[in-house]
Design a protein around this ligand. Structure first.
Ligand SMILES: [Zn+2]
Length: 240
């Protein structure tokens, strides 16, 4: 069932994530539209991103405006990306099917692994040192022979497998500059992009509450109960 996000919920989400680290905000965004009871922290990253894209479509539509600088000529470019282009092909629609396990044979080791999750990213956030190794280790569910210290070469083989195991976990855009024809790829962090939009929306909403509360003596609840279209009218009347 589709869940629409009210402005109240959006403000609550913004407040909850305001001082949080990016991996925590990514989970908040996904949880806003996840089926109730789902633990988004344990979803593979591509499924987490699918939920964030669901939220993006319901809250702000399917066209994602991105601004980037061309590395060839330095020109600032505005690119519009459709949310559908950012989804992994053949992605499972319903999250919560449980972790899909893979098996890797390398250097005489048999490794059972799962995809990276938001919980993994949260766990290493702010850590220094062997973050990559820690992340890879977290994906190992079991190994034979049982050895807690898997060699780097095995973990590197695992890293290659993970990309195929969770296609679409990373979002990479192929761009071509219309000015100099330079072609390049750029990573897009869907969650951080969406969070910036939530932040901008929340701040604008709070400003509207402030302006209307001052003009008419309305409470925050009074203002949010008025539809956005009517609010614009009252704002115009109050400030005009
Ligand atoms: Zn260029």
């Amino acid at each position: 069932m589709r869940r629409e996000l009210t402005e109240w919920q959006l403000l609550d989400m913004w407040e909850a994530g305001h001082r949080q680290a990016p991996p925590a905000r990514a989970l908040l965004l996904a949880a806003a539209v996840a089926p109730s009871g789902a633990t988004v922290a344990d979803l593979p990253l591509a499924e987490l991103k699918a939920l964030q894209l669901d939220l993006r479509e319901r809250s702000f539509g399917t066209v994602l405006p991105c601004v980037t600088d061309c590395p060839g000529c330095g020109e600032s470019l505005e690119v519009s990306v459709m949310t559908d282009e950012l989804r992994a092909p053949g992605q499972r629609k319903a999250p919560g099917d449980g972790p899909e396990l893979g098996t890797l044979h390398a250097e005489g080791c048999k490794v059972t692994y799962r995809a990276l999750t938001g919980r993994d990213l949260l766990a290493v956030h702010g850590a220094s040192g062997k973050v990559r190794r820690t992340l890879l280790r977290r994906c190992v569910v079991g190994s034979e022979p049982a050895d807690s210290d898997l060699p780097d070469v095995v973990l590197e083989a695992l890293a290659e497998r993970l990309a195929d195991h969770d296609p679409g976990a990373d979002t990479v855009l192929s761009l071509t500059c219309p000015h100099c024809r330079h072609a390049w790829t750029a990573a897009l962090d869907v969650a951080e992009h969406l969070w910036a939009e939530v932040e901008a929306y929340a701040r604008r909403l709070l400003y509207e509450v402030h302006a209307l509360a001052r003009a008419y003596g309305w409470s925050e609840a009074d203002v949010l109960a008025v539809s956005p279209l009517r609010r614009q009218f009252y704002l115009g009347a109050a400030t005009g």
